[in-house]
Design a protein around this ligand. Structure first.
Ligand code: KG4
Ligand code: ZN
Length: 373
């Protein structure tokens, strides 16, 4: 099945072409459905980061304008320019899919209207896709085919700019929400702390760079500007019994730290130290809660076989390696998408749309900014 997927939920315009080879059938031996093989043939992303950067975040109406401009350009790159080429291209497409939420509604609508227009013009089925399911399935897009059968039950952590959600997954169509953030998402905290440090948007990669530089200058705790060594920021809700997260207090702790220790004496040094200490606190909480969910699932049938890490923040190398290490120690397989599929892209939407189609899950074809997983 050939799938054309469209993503416009935030500040990346994405169009992808995929081939899905296997459906979610059930093998005789295992109750969990097989993992489908999804091949990405084309994955085009047009990033608007530069446009939103001066505003320190995504401006919905600017995003909408850019999506409107970029969608036809990206499509022509895949389908060819002439009506004949387009007709031929769409003759080989079996399914159209588009993100319907969550995200910025003006941005989502541009993709939905564009997809509807294509579906009507070329008479193709169109299904809505959940952006969060896209992140969840994004590890399936890797070219490197790892053994991904019998991976359930799994614990998945979706960490992005808008979400921090911990799930227990029984199969590709069945999961339970264990916990989520009560305030800021982890990515949002990275972005806000970066802003406090006068770093450009998006903040995650900037913080990561500084934290990596800090680690190089003096080992894990660094020779840092602060006399007490690495700053000990709080680990919010680390010992709370729930699987929920909270990151706004951590951001406030950075704010207070900066109030008491203005970036004046050794700004570069101090920025590195704050970035590294903030990142360490965030990773500690994300890893601890995820691993507790694994442990508390217990043994026997409910034993967790794998950990899935996904979403924009999962591009963070320190987070990935911490999860890989912890998963190994817990005897779990570990899945994380290739770097190019961490940030918003249409390939993951292709996987989500395909799964929704196979599961007969029909999302209404209208923007739903608060759509849940
Ligand atoms: O998944 P995504 O592209 O968009 C949403 O669905 O929200 O995630 C974007 C978020 C931003 O907050 C960005 O700062 C964060 O992911 N991010 C990172 C890194 N790369 C992107 N956070 C930490 N480390 C990174 N390397
Ligand atoms: Zn996303």
């Amino acid at each position: 099945m050939r799938i054309l997927a469209i993503e416009t939920s935030c500040d990346e315009t994405g169009i992808a072409l995929l081939e899905a080879i296997e459906s979610g059938r059930t093998t005789r031996k295992h109750a969990a459905p097989n993992v489908p093989t999804v091949r990405v043939l084309k994955n085009l992303v047009s990033s608007q980061i530069k446009i939103h950067r001066p505003f320190g975040g995504v401006v919905p109406n600017l995003a909408k304008r850019e999506h409107l401009k970029n969608l036809p350009i990206l499509l022509e790159k895949i389908s060819g320019k002439t009506p004949v080429a387009k007709k031929k291209f769409f003759a080989g497409i079996d399914l159209l899919t588009v993100t319907v939420g969550p995200g910025l509604e003006p941005a989502l609508w541009t993709g939905i209207e564009f997809a509807k227009m294509l579906a009507a013009e070329y008479k193709k089925p169109l299904v809505g896709a959940n952006h969060l399911e896209g992140h969840l399935y994004s590890f399936l897009l890797s070219k490197k085919k790892t053994a991904v059968q019998n991976i359930f039950p799994a614990v998945a952590l979706i960490v992005s700019g808008g979400h921090t959600i911990l799930l227990r997954i029984e199969s590709f169509s069945q999961w339970k929400r264990l916990g989520e953030t009560r305030d800021d998402a982890a990515g949002e905290a990275f972005d806000k702390v970066a802003r406090l440090l006068a770093l450009p948007y998006p903040g995650g990669p900037e913080i990561e760079k500084l934290a990596a530089a800090q680690a190089k200058t003096g080992g894990e705790h660094g020779r840092v500007a602060h006399p007490k060594g690495t700053i000990t920021f709080p680990r919010p809700m680390l010992h709370d019994k729930s699987y929920d997260f909270s990151f706004s207090g951590l951001k406030t702790a950075v704010l207070y730290y900066l109030r008491d220790n203005p970036l004046a004496i050794a700004p570069a040094r101090q920025k590195m130290d704050i970035a590294a200490s903030f990142q360490a606190a965030t990773i500690d909480v994300l890893a601890a809660k995820t691993l507790r969910a694994v442990r508390e699932a217990g043994a026997g049938k409910s034993r967790i076989r794998s950990i899935i890490l996904c979403g924009g923040v999962a591009a963070n190398k320190a987070l990935r390696s911490r999860f890989a290490r912890e998963a190994r120690a817990a005897g779990c397989a570990f899945f994380v998408p290739d770097f190019k599929y961490n940030l918003d892209n249409a390939a993951m939407i292709g996987a989500a749309g395909y799964m929704a189609y196979m599961r007969k899950k029909k999302y209404p074809l209208r923007a739903d900014g608060g759509l849940e997983i």
